[in-house]
Ligand binder design. Structure first.
Ligand code: NAD
Length: 337
């Protein structure tokens, strides 16, 4: 089966591509490579790479493709707020375009890389049935994308949305703007861990290999189980308060827990039920945040991951916007390497 991974050069994609290859899938990556292409160096000889944009890539990209994992995006809330119009253009319109092209070209499966952030703020435990409450341009685009793409599902086009938890763990396109990773970096530098006020806000978290495996589980699942369905991807025991994430990062590395507050109170908070993915697909996570924090620390110690100007997504996109890389809509020539 050939899988087209849009955004495959990103934080999750560069880990997922290797896992797909190891399980016998053929892989094509479509990416603008806003963060550079080096993240795919470890697999570049085994995949097809197309450098282009989901907003205007020619539909021939779908030739020979059996499944799409659609991940290209302005990939977090603050980056999405830099230019909400561009966020909608890419995250909603661009990816909806990919879904429509896939259906037209008789691609059998399409998986949306959505996010639990569509729940916004909820006091009760949320399930896939809970109406979304998106609070930012990023999560509004995700909710709209789900609403418009899921109805494309039919007997010949299997569509599934995976609402991912906040991801942690090492990758060759490192992101230090996600809570557990950012806190481990601070710990590694011997600095105080920064906890966003007031620390009681809850997030589900998931290891990067577990979230990648959720996509692979969907690709392998019986079509009747996943067609037109939404699944939260994560595990019930990884719904954590931000303060507790900071604490476990220090404690699991045997270090003193020293922290400072930052920011104004964060209104995004939700506790998510992951019963459906476990019951319907038998999916279970294999990694814990404690292991993830140790793994991240070791990766930093061993120089396997580095913090550079590209590893904070918001700051890097801010720079790209200033350089007009996105704003000018400069068309890149699709190139098969
Ligand atoms: N990392 C998380 O914690 C998390 C949680 C929930 C959902 N998600 C979603 O998962 C997906 C992958 O996230 P990630 O952490 O790997 O993000 P990332 O920013 O590392 O990767 C996104 C990739 O998409 C590419 N891209 C952006 N706009 C594009 C365009 N117009 N055309 C082609 N390529 C484009 C970028 O170059 C980048 O390589 C995103 O959709 C994100 O919203 C991520």
């Amino acid at each position: 089966m050939r899988v087209l991974v849009t955004g495959g050069g990103g934080y999750i994609g560069s880990v997922m591509c290797e896992m797909l290859l190891d399980q016998g899938f053929k892989v094509t990556v479509l990416d603008r490579f806003f963060f550079g292409q080096e993240a795919l160096d470890h697999v570049k000889d085994r995949i097809r790479i197309v450098r282009d944009d989901v907003r205007w890539v020619p539909s021939s990209i779908m030739n020979g493709v059996d499944a799409v994992i659609d991940m290209a995006a302005m990939s977090n809330d603050p980056a999405g707020e830099l230019n909400p119009q561009k966020t909608f253009e890419i995250n909603y319109k661009g990816r909806t375009r990919i879904a429509n092209m896939a259906k037209k070209h008789k691609v059998g499966r399409y998986v949306l890389a959505s996010s639990c952030s569509v729940y916004g703020f909820k006091k009760e435990i949320v399930t896939e049935e809970t109406p979304p409450n998106p609070l930012t341009a990023y999560s509004k685009a995700n909710a709209m994308w789900e609403r418009h793409v899921l109805p494309l599902a039919d007997r010949n086009f299997c569509v599934t949305a995976l609402r991912q938890s906040s991801v942690y763990g090492p990758s060759s396109r490192m992101r230090f703007d996600i809570s557990l990773n950012a806190m481990t970096l601070k710990l590694f530098r011997g600095e105080k861990l920064q906890v966003m006020r007031d620390g009681t806000q809850k997030r589900p978290v998931i290891h990067i290999k577990d979230t990648s495996n959720a996509f692979i589980t969907v690709l392998k699942a019986d079509q009747d189980l996943v067609n037109g369905e939404i699944f939260n991807a994560g595990s019930n025991d990884q719904n954590l308060k931000i303060f507790d994430i900071a604490k476990l990062v220090a404690e699991s590395n045997g270090k003193k827990f020293d922290y400072e507050w930052y920011g104004s109170p964060d209104y995004r908070s939700y506790t998510v039920s992951f019963d459906k993915i476990r019951k319907v697909l038998g999916y279970k996570t294999k990694h814990t945040p404690q292991q993830g924090a140790r793994e991240m620390f070791k990766a930093l110690e061993g120089g396997k991951v580095i913090s550079d100007e590209r590893s904070v997504t918001l700051l890097w996109y801010k720079k790209l916007y200033e350089m007009s890389d996105i704003v000018d809509n400069v068309r890149l020539k699709g190139k098969i390497l």
